[in-house]
Design a binder for this molecule. Structure first.
Ligand SMILES: Cc1cc2nc3c(=O)[nH]c(=O)nc-3n(C[C@H](O)[C@H](O)[C@H](O)COP(=O)(O)OP(=O)(O)OC[C@H]3O[C@@H](n4cnc5c(N)ncnc54)[C@H](O)[C@@H]3O)c2cc1C
Ligand code: FES
Ligand code: FES
Length: 478
């Protein structure tokens, strides 16, 4: 077992969750999507004595219209749900635009909106987006109920104003002003990789076409996503000409940011990226504001969607922790009943408890994709989910994709196009691609490449795999 032992609590209501965190205090960590916390636990960088799993708290999963014309997002809403929600597209299109940049569909299918914000990772996308959109954060505990602004909520790298007994319950994004435009631009080494720099911009124009609002915030530039105040100041009251935008980008790069250096980029390179990406983002945002934006501007992501919250018919435990939890889970159509220690990963459960060794394990921190399985029909990383969380859910592994007599069209195409290069990564590719082709039966080559960008081929290359996906798509349409 990779993570250190911990007590596990799975409250079913917010009141129970408040009770859990109040009792456990600093010894507990809240478990949302687990896409940042579980990798840290797998490496034993984090060893919380207890986890309070919010995945059964149905009250925290929603996207709602706010009466002021904005939108409110429940903390546990999966990023893939936010990505595809029509209300988000209409009322907070910057959020929809940034979502496809957050890792890969497998991570977004589990990761949550509130978890990304509460994690306060300087390289996280959503803190910067929430700052650009002037978001507010609803924080609650057994005793307290408060709303914070970004400058109050984000305290430092991986640090927020949340007290140990408090939960982030929702994030409110205000309405966009009339004649608004928005844009997100980033530089990263590959699709889904951490942004070396990301720039988010929201601008609006008055009736004479002059800038009356500019909010700009960055990913991976500082400890917290500070808005670019000097850049905004240079734009206010100005007609957004090329020169005015250039001046704002210069102010951003020289006065607003003080980027650090790491293995991904030097400080100078980051400053250069701030200048370039700010110019690009502001140019696009003002163009959209001038012509009146269309939701068709949004680059829709190629996969994801849907929700996989707990099945209410299978409550597991609300307020007590057990050494081993009885779980009942359907894998490839067969029901399995077992008792599992909470720290057992779903990948290890599938392999060692069920003997289904087609699911492979590579990195165990969400990067390689070999452990991909379907969780209620959606591709997820089984190394970043605990087996106890699969209670009441439907899992599909590569063994359930086809049979020896009747292979899945993807399996046939992989064989026919010589895409089975090493075999180790293949199950992860197949389980990523099966739901992708269901959602997108006629993908472009670019979409196929993006869909598999979260599955690492370390041996030969992607060409045969891409050819196989094209062939499978063609055959599946007949
Ligand atoms: C390979 C990989 C690549 C990634 N790339 C990106 C990327 O490019 N951009 C990006 O933005 N993210 C990226 N992520 C992170 C991912 O988006 C996570 O989902 C996110 O950062 C954390 O959200 P979560 O719901 O998984 O939270 P968890 O991992 O469950 O929790 C994260 C932290 O927040 C706390 N927390 C969670 N919810 C609450 C709450 N409601 N109240 C109080 N505290 C809470 C937890 O206790 C924990 O400390 C990546 C992750 C992986 C594994
Ligand atoms: S992503 Fe799970 S083992 Fe690499
Ligand atoms: S095909 Fe498996 S690593 Fe390249």
């Amino acid at each position: 077992m990779k993570p250190a032992p911990f007590d596990y609590y799975a409250p079913r209501t917010l009141v129970e969750a408040f009770e859990n965190v109040a009792q456990l205090g600093y010894s507990a960590k809240v478990l949302a999507g687990g896409q940042s916390l579980i990798p840290a636990m797998n490496f034993r960088l984090a060893q919380p004595a207890a986890l309070v799993d919010l995945n059964n708290v149905a009250e925290l999963f929603y996207v709602r219209p706010a009466t002021n014309g904005g939108v409110t997002i429940g903390a546990m809403t999966r990023n893939s749900v936010v990505e595809h929600d029509p209300l988000i597209t209409q009322r907070a299109p910057l959020v929809a635009e940034v979502m496809p940049h957050i890792a890969w569909a497998q991570i977004r299918n589990r990761g949550t909106f509130g978890g990304n914000i509460a994690h306060a990772d300087p390289a996280g996308h959503l803190p910067a987006i929430a700052v650009a959109l002037n978001g507010r954060y609803h924080v609650r505990s057994k005793k307290a109920d408060r709303w914070l602004n970004s400058d109050e909520f984000f305290v430092g790298a991986f640090t927020t104003a949340l007290e140990p007994d408090e939960l982030l319950v929702e994030v409110a994004l205000p309405p966009m002003a009339p004649r608004s435009g928005w844009s997100y631009r980033q530089a990263a080494r590959q699709a889904g990789a951490e942004a070396m720099v990301g720039a988010a911009a929201l601008v609006s124009l008055d009736e004479r076409g002059r800038c009356n609002q500019a909010r700009i915030a960055y990913v991976s530039v500082g400890e917290t996503p500070v808005p670019a105040a000097q850049a905004a100041k240079t734009l206010l009251g100005q007609t957004p000409t090329t020169a005015a935008i250039q001046d704002a980008a210069e102010a951003a790069a020289t006065a607003d940011v003080d980027p650090g250096e790491d293995i991904h980029a030097t400080a100078d390179y980051r400053r250069h990226l701030v200048r370039t990406l700010t110019r690009q983002a502001l140019t696009e945002a003002f163009e959209r504001a001038q012509r009146g934006y269309s939701i068709l501007d949004i680059r829709y992501s190629v996969s994801g969607g849907g929700d996989s919250r707990a099945n209410a018919q299978y409550p597991i435990s609300n307020t007590q922790s057990l050494k081993a939890f009885p779980i009942s889970v359907i894998v490839n159509g067969v029901r399995y009943e077992r008792a599992v220690e909470p720290r057992l990963l779903l990948s290890d459960f599938i392999r060692h408890e069920l003997g289904l060794t087609g699911t492979h394990v590579g990195c165990e921190h969400g990067v390689c994709g070999t452990c991909t399985v379907l969780f209620d029909g959606q591709a997820i990383r089984s190394c970043l989910t605990f087996a106890v969380q699969a209670h009441g859910h439907d899992i599909r592994t590569v063994e359930g994709l086809g049979t020896i007599d009747k292979l899945h069209p993807l399996q046939e195409a992989f064989r026919d196009k010589h895409a089975l290069q090493c075999g180790f990564c293949t199950p992860g590719f197949l389980m990523t691609l099966a739901p992708f082709l269901e959602q997108n039966p006629n993908p472009t080559e670019q979409e196929i490449r993006e869909a598999i960008s979260g599955n690492l081929c370390r041996c030969t290359g992607y060409q045969h795999i891409v050819e196989a996906v094209k062939l499978a798509a063609e055959r599946m349409q007949k």
